[in-house]
Design a protein around this ligand. Structure first.
Ligand SMILES: *[C@@H]1O[C@H](CO)[C@@H](O)[C@H](O)[C@H]1NC(C)=O
Ligand SMILES: *[C@@H]1O[C@H](CO)[C@@H](O)[C@H](O)[C@H]1NC(C)=O
Length: 304
């Protein structure tokens, strides 16, 4: 029994050496009683940890609880189902109300649970009583960690097809000095959900992509589209399947030529009108000139 101070009392009663073990415990208890020091706090009366919760984001996993301890400390033990209890050295007799277990739960597909003990301040400890504790719910990093919003870039290719380049979110885990991303962990189980719509329209469509580079073949060329992206792990359960959605990003609106903007009939019509007006003006000018010429001629004739 590695972590046994809580059990020595019980253990002692059952063994032949009960007297030798029981004696110090009794003396301590008595000392504590007489002194009235902080250590005399009745261990059983210490507040239990409440709201013991896992919060895990991109595989950074922290156990949190309350309340802030006054004149006592907390110790966290965790274990995989059916495994030995272990401790994080940072979370022993600590006055914090959280414990970072990111680098302890390394078998990502295991189910873990944790226990938060309330313990008297160090000094005189009373070994004969089990400190109050609260057990967490079970937690499996692979199935339960929340996946954050991915970053992505919109790339418009030369043939005007739109591509998304999604960056797989980085996790808090390292291997060989390199930080792992979620693709390193989920591999082929990782997909992306992409919600998109034509800019200005509300009808959203969903595209599921297996890779991090996504080509959209069927979008209208020269239209602006808006996209948002979330990691999608269909093998998970319920609301853990979809990670956080990225903010939307839109592809650029292509500048259209006048011809594309108004279409051939309109432009043709406009051209026709201009030509007709132009011809009309010329005809008018010509007619005016001829008339003027005639008048001057007539005037000359009249003079002669
Ligand atoms: C904590 O211990 C100090 C010193 O022993 C004592 O004065 C104080 O009242 C204690 N606080 C609580 C909340 O027990
Ligand atoms: C993780 O989720 C999968 C699919 O729902 C399930 O089969 C598996 O048992 C879960 N693993 C743990 C450790 O809970």
């Amino acid at each position: 029994m590695k972590y046994s101070h809580a059990h020595i009392g019980l253990f002692a009663v059952k063994t032949m050496e009960s007297k030798t073990v029981m004696l110090p415990a009794l003396v301590l208890a008595w000392l504590a009683l007489v002194n009235g020091s902080p250590a005399s706090i009745d261990v059983g009366q210490l507040p239990k940890a409440t709201n013991v919760l896992w919060s895990s984001y991109n595989f950074k996993t922290i156990l949190t609880w309350g309340p802030k301890p006054v004149n006592y400390t907390y110790t966290v033990e965790f274990s995989r189902v059916g495994g030995d209890r272990e401790k994080n050295p940072h979370c022993i007799r600590s006055s914090e109300t959280e414990c970072d277990l990111t680098n302890k739960l390394l078998d990502l597909k295991q189910t873990y649970s944790a226990v938060v003990f309330s313990e008297p301040l160090s000094g005189l400890t009373t070994d004969h009583e089990e400190p109050p504790f609260t057990r967490s719910k079970s937690f499996c990093p692979y199935n339960d960690t929340l996946i954050g919003r991915p970053e992505f870039k919109i790339v418009v290719r030369e043939d005007k097809k739109i591509m998304l380049h999604i960056s797989d979110p980085i996790t808090a885990l390292y291997k060989n000095g390199r930080s792992l991303n979620i693709r390193d962990i989920f591999m082929k189980k990782l997909q992306y959900k992409i919600a998109y719509n034509k800019a200005g329209s509300t009808g959203k469509k969903i595209h599921i992509a297996e890779k991090s580079k996504v080509e959209f073949k069927t979008l209208d060329v020269d239209q602006s589209y808006c996209f948002s992206v979330a990691a999608y792990i269909p093998s998970r359960r319920g609301d853990k399947r979809v990670g956080a959605w990225s903010l939307p990003k839109c592809s650029p609106q292509e500048k259209k030529s006048v011809l594309e903007e108004y279409g051939l009939p309109v432009i043709g019509g406009a051209a026709l009108v201009i030509v007709v007006v132009f011809i009309g003006v010329i005809v008018l000018i010509v007619m005016c000139c001829k008339r003027a010429q005639k008048q001057t001629l007539m005037a000359k004739e009249a003079v002669v």
